[in-house]
Design a protein around this ligand. Structure first.
Ligand code: SF4
Length: 286
């Protein structure tokens, strides 16, 4: 493939969710050295391929502040050829960025926002250990993103949550659909070893119920104009994520940042930063 997809990992989150085994930490003390190293690596990475998508994932990219994200994106643009229609996504979580920050990001070239809503049920948020935001914060984030000019918004939803029922899932689906995103990702909760939720040994919906929930999601989203284009992703026509599709189709991509994976000619690589205390701190806390 003669084009390129870049993934940039931001390993910071406002708080650690109970089920999370991603590389992220709430401690921002290393953030400036981490951003400096990311920028150094963006510049050091040489390719003559045209970049068709850039994806800032985490962690919670917006937790480090819009200015830092824009600085990294500026370095990407100055050192690589982005296609005119390049998809530039940032993951965001409720309560970590306001209207002004979103406007700054939009102006800098971010054109897609992927927000972690997960559920419209406060008890389920708590059961997941997502204690840093409320359902209302999610709604505010989406409204602010629209007002900032984002025309391509994706919302994450989870199912198989402790205490979740088909009825509460239906309410979450109604809530997410009412926010009119262009794209919805629905992920089944997986209990990862060594996470706080795993140690709590919660009662989860059984496998048949979870399978029924997946069918319920497919049916409701389809009825509301969202087509499933891979296992967990649904989109209005024309809003399939280019970056997701690259992963799904086994195309090459390059990851930059701690724990970021790359796939090059069917070989998967994972970056480990060897930068003073930055990577050590991040790794030690994940
Ligand atoms: S917001 Fe995402 S990356 Fe951050 S702690 Fe929660 S699940 Fe993990």
């Amino acid at each position: 493939m003669s084009d390129e997809a870049l993934y940039i990992h931001i390993p910071y989150c406002r708080s650690k969710c109970g089920y999370c085994d991603f590389c992220s930490s709430p401690d921002l003390s290393t953030v400036d050295s981490y951003v400096a190293e990311l920028i150094r690596r963006v510049k050091a990475y040489k390719t003559d391929k045209v970049v068709k998508s850039v994806y800032f994932g985490g962690g919670t990219p917006t937790y480090i502040g819009a200015e830092r994200l824009c600085e990294i994106l500026r370095a990407v643009k100055e050192n690589h050829a982005l296609s005119d229609d390049c998809e530039v996504t940032a993951e965001a979580n409720p309560g970590t960025v306001g209207l002004r920050g979103l406007e700054t990001m939009r102006k800098a070239g971010f054109n897609r926002l992927s927000a972690g809503i997960q559920t419209a049920n406060e008890k389920e948020l708590k059961a997941l250990g997502r204690v840093s935001h409320t359902v209302k914060d999610g709604e505010t984030l989406v409204k602010n993103a629209r007002n900032a000019g984002f025309e391509n918004i994706s919302l994450d939803l989870m199912y198989g949550i402790p205490g979740q029922t088909p009825g509460s899932l239906d309410e979450s689906l109604d809530f997410v659909i009412s926010l009119m995103p262009e794209h919805i990702s629905a992920y089944a909760l997986r209990l990862e070893e060594n996470t706080p939720l795993y140690k709590q040994n919660p009662v989860l919906p059984d496998d048949d119920t979870v399978a029924d929930m997946y069918a319920q999601i497919n049916k409701k989203l389809k009825a509301n104009g969202y087509e499933r284009y891979e296992i967990s992703n649904f989109a209005k026509p024309g809003y399939e994520s280019r970056h997701n599709l690259r992963y799904w189709q086994g195309g090459d991509y390059t990851g930059i940042g701690v724990s970021a994976a790359s796939l090059i000619a069917n070989v998967r690589y994972c970056q480990r930063l060897r930068l003073s205390q930055t990577s050590d701190t991040v790794k030690a806390r994940t």
